[in-house]
Design a protein around this ligand. Structure first.
Ligand code: ZN
Ligand code: ZN
Length: 422
């Protein structure tokens, strides 16, 4: 559906949303370069964001379209050498912009299972190649040295996956409504709504930071389909819970995810034991993995089962040593605007903000005091996982209870039936 076919009210909201991404998202400062990436199927919206960047005095916008169908041609017909090749000039180009204080805008909206007919070992190799090639660049965003934001925009393929019974145009229209609602663009003053939302997340992180819990115990009953959950996650000393806006190295506030409902920290790498069941489809780089159970021993996934996409999941876990350990613990009430929309988005940005989640792989260095300045080795020594990957998967449900344990041994229930109980 083309922008010219939207009614003027909808179009003005989409424009406000683009504005919000550039201002509240990366908080673009005058004269900053921008790295703007997103799906070719959302090109009209990409151009709108690009316009906003220049209106806010960007010095240069590097626009990079992601064409997953072209990628797929390479995956299906390319030799292994082609799939494992990463052009150095590409990372160098990014780095030049990073050294000039660039900010990153990533628009997410691709077909959730675009690579479903590509063998898992090929997508696994491609992801590893990409993550290795971009390792230095990714560090700028993982450590929040530079501002970055991920936000969504519908493509017809994504919209049809979310609303399969609607026509392509209707599905795109409806998905836009969901995205605009979830991103608080419908509020009378969206910027103010974001400030208030950030404040309410801050009250949760302040509480959790003051408590410095030793561990979290996740428990939920199984259903006919899922095994349920019984998992203990230890937290490292001096861990930091974050949520909502954060500060980059220059002290500028930005919001890395739009929408965002989570508060998160890092687990102790070797302190995860028990089992946990996924509760929403996991979009693993263009492939869906569904209804999986992970078994942990001393932090490592030692066994895994899945009703769909087991090979894809195993490839991800085999990327490197850290990929089979956890790097994020995030708490999201089941009663949140996104989960109340009763929509499965098949897109991590949205589904992760409807559900408690964990992530395979790299921990955010900012989750521990002084972490941004630590080397990989130092981070590991402080209990944080490092890896080429960081992939969130959802474990929250109305059946989930979480009991937090203080160092004194006192137990406090912080989640009851999927919602905050503190
Ligand atoms: Zn998260
Ligand atoms: Zn994450």
């Amino acid at each position: 559906m083309k922008f010219e076919n939207f009614d003027p009210i909808k179009m003005s909201l989409i424009e406000k949303y683009a504005e919000l991404i550039v201002t509240k998202g990366v908080n673009l400062q005058k004269g900053q370069p921008v790295i703007l990436r997103g799906p070719i199927g959302a090109s009209e919206f990409m151009r709108l964001v690009l316009r906003k960047c220049y209106q806010h005095s960007a010095s240069y916008v590097m626009l990079e379209y992601i064409d997953s169908l072209a990628e797929k041609e390479k995956y299906l017909y390319g030799a292994e050498a082609a799939i494992s090749y990463f052009p150095k000039w590409r990372a160098d180009g990014y780095e030049e912009l990073c050294k000039n204080n660039a900010c990153f805008i990533r628009i997410s909206g691709d077909d959730p299972d675009v690579f479903s007919d590509v063998p898992a070992e090929i997508t696994g190799l491609a992801n590893k190649t990409n993550s290795q090639g971009m390792k230095k660049v990714n560090r700028y965003t993982m450590s929040s040295e530079l501002s970055w934001v991920v936000a969504g925009a519908p493509t017809p393929e994504w919209a049809k996956k979310v609303f399969p019974n609607l026509s392509s145009d209707e599905a795109v229209d409806k998905l836009w409504n969901r995205i605009l609602e979830a991103s608080r663009v419908n509020a009378a003053d969206p910027a103010k709504a974001w400030d208030e939302h950030n404040e309410s997340l801050r009250s949760k992180t302040d509480y959790l930071n003051s408590m410095q819990f030793k561990s979290l115990h996740y428990k939920s009953e199984g259903t006919g389909i899922t095994k349920g959950t019984d998992l203990t996650v230890e937290l490292p000393d001096n861990h930091i819970w974050s949520g909502g806006c954060e500060k980059n190295a220059a002290g500028i506030y930005f919001n890395a995810n739009m929408p965002t409902e989570e508060v998160f920290t890092a687990p102790e790498k070797t302190g995860v034991n028990g089992y946990i069941s996924s509760t929403l489809p996991f979009n693993c780089n263009g492939n869906l993995v569904e209804n999986f159970v992970l078994y942990f021993k001393d932090g490592k996934v030692v066994d895994v089962s899945a009703q769909k996409g087991l090979d894809t999941l195993k490839e991800l876990l085999a990327t490197d040593e850290g990929a089979s350990y956890l790097g994020e613990v995030a708490l999201v009430p089941h009663d949140s605007p996104i989960s109340n929309s009763n929509t499965i988005f098949f897109n991590t940005l949205f589904d992760e903000n409807a559900s408690c989640h964990l992530a395979f792989g790299e921990a955010y260095p900012s989750c521990i005091e002084g972490g941004e300045k630590m080397s990989e080795k130092e981070l590991e020594n402080h209990g944080l996982n490092t890896s080429l990957v960081h992939d969130d998967f959802m474990v929250g449900s109305p059946r989930l209870n979480i009991v937090a344990l203080k160092k004194s041994g006192e137990a406090i229930q912080i989640f009851e039936n999927g919602n905050w109980s503190i």
